[in-house]
Write a protein that binds this ligand. Structure first.
Ligand code: AMP
Ligand code: MG
Length: 414
């Protein structure tokens, strides 16, 4: 087991172990946000036939050379969902509506606005371009096309496409099931008396929410007392999950039982301790050869959330089948001078503000790892490199964007 490793190395170790979970079959209409575990090939041509893009008249384009009006008999009508009675003969026109199949013989649709009705004949007032206002068969999808690749995230257009292809079921990667464990004699549930040295086990809630945001399915296993026996009991309840995320009890204090309990359960730790702040005490390993992966996160609410962001989230996204697993990073101008000691990479909670085309970053204030409120104020985590000791006001810095709201606008752009 490695101890006190740089953040970059911890990323490598975690992601070297992360791989997409096996697929499952789900209703296509319920697959929003999932990742395709199969390429989707089309058994259909879309549109299935040449069809009209307008309300108007289907004609044989070559007959309408030269300026109009051209007077043609209207021999029948085709509506959407219908079909022509017979092929269109030379010199004929058919009334046609948007979405209706263009009858054989016709190749062009003249918009209603460019015609004049004269009894059972129509006057074509323009010289149409051949093929005008016709959506060709296969313009969208040809039978045999691979329309959606394996690994694609299913969004709204993919949901529509699956429906168009007549796919009611689809193979997607299984969502990771995560057991959330909390440990500490001081901890209580939110609806209990939190006076006299007790505190609410908020980590169980913030970490569960982070799991959900990462596309995983969290189960809150509740609070373990600070005894090896109770901690073992709660960890055992999570053995059938894909991943266990625990918080607290992972340091080296007398009441920190996470590491020995994990060892007893057959967990081989890949590392303990990452050179970062917040969040030095951080354990990662696996129980047995095929059991759940385990992250022992620090107990302080900010440390738990930030270490989850850095390591648990990317692993969960990879397990769910995603290729890109890290937060977007933007370059910003630092609004104030920041200093620290060398040795650990700091993730500084920052407020991000856009000024014209530029972003500026300001610290949310105290960076104490117990101040959960700073996370509610932060839109990003500024990366203060391990060996750097100072970032000057005005410096260009990298910020991991936590809050997608940041990119929403209050005004339309047109
Ligand atoms: P520990 O790692 O057990 O020393 O915990 C570090 C700090 O995190 C202590 O102040 C704990 O009270 C706090 N803490 C531990 N677990 C939780 C939790 N589930 N929710 C909120 N705070 C916690
Ligand atoms: Mg504790």
């Amino acid at each position: 087991m490695k101890t006190g490793i740089p953040v970059e190395q911890a990323h490598q170790i975690v992601m070297a172990e992360a791989s997409p979970l096996p697929s499952e079959i789900v209703d296509a209409s319920a697959a929003l946000g999932r990742v395709l575990a199969e390429p989707v090939d089309s058994g259909r041509t879309l549109p299935p036939a040449d069809c009209s893009a307008m309300d108007g008249y289907a004609v044989r384009g070559e007959e309408l050379a030269g300026p109009g009006p051209h007077l043609l008999p209207v021999v029948y009508e085709v509506a959407a969902g219908g079909s022509g009675e017979r092929p269109l003969a030379p010199g004929e026109a058919a009334r046609i509506f948007t979405g209706a199949p263009v009858p054989p013989g016709a190749d062009t649709v003249v918009r209603q606005e460019d015609t004049e009705e004269e009894g059972d004949r129509v006057g074509i007032l323009i010289e149409p371009r051949r093929g005008e206002n016709v959506r060709l068969a296969g313009e969208d999808v040809e039978a045999g096309d691979t329309v959606l690749a394996r690994g694609v995230r299913i969004g709204a257009p993919e949901i529509g496409m699956l429906a168009s292809l007549g796919r009611t079921l689809v193979h997607v990667h299984r969502r990771p099931r995560v057991a959330v464990v909390s440990g500490g004699n001081e901890l209580v549930e939110p609806d209990r008396d939190a006076s006299g040295g007790r505190i609410v086990s908020s980590n169980a809630y913030s970490l569960s929410a982070q799991c959900t945001l990462a596309g995983a399915e969290p189960t809150n296993l509740g609070i373990a007392r600070d005894t090896p026996e109770d901690l073992e009991r709660v960890f055992r309840a999570g053995l059938s999950s894909d991943l266990i995320v625990s918080s607290a009890g992972v340091s080296v204090g007398d009441h920190d039982h996470v590491r020995p309990v994990l060892e007893k359960l057959g967990c081989e730790l890949r590392f303990w301790g990452v050179l970062m702040k917040p969040g030095y005490p951080l354990a990662f390993g696996r129980i047995g050869a095929a059991g759940p992966w385990v992250f022992g996160l620090p107990g302080n609410p900010v440390s738990a959330m930030v270490t989850f962001e850095q390591f648990v989230r990317p692993m969960l996204l990879r397990m769910a089948g995603f290729g890109a697993c890290y937060r977007p990073v933007l370059e910003a101008t630092l609004a104030e001078r920041l200093t620290k000691k060398p040795g650990r990479l700091h993730f500084v909670r920052v407020h991000l503000k856009r000024e014209g085309r530029e972003w500026s970053a300001t610290s949310t204030g105290t960076q104490s790892s117990g101040v959960l409120r700073s996370m509610t104020l932060a839109q990003g985590l500024l990366v203060f490199p391990a060996e750097a000791t100072e970032l000057a006001a005005g410096a260009r810095i990298s910020v991991q964007v936590l809050d997608e709201e940041l990119f929403r606008e209050t005004e339309p752009c047109v």
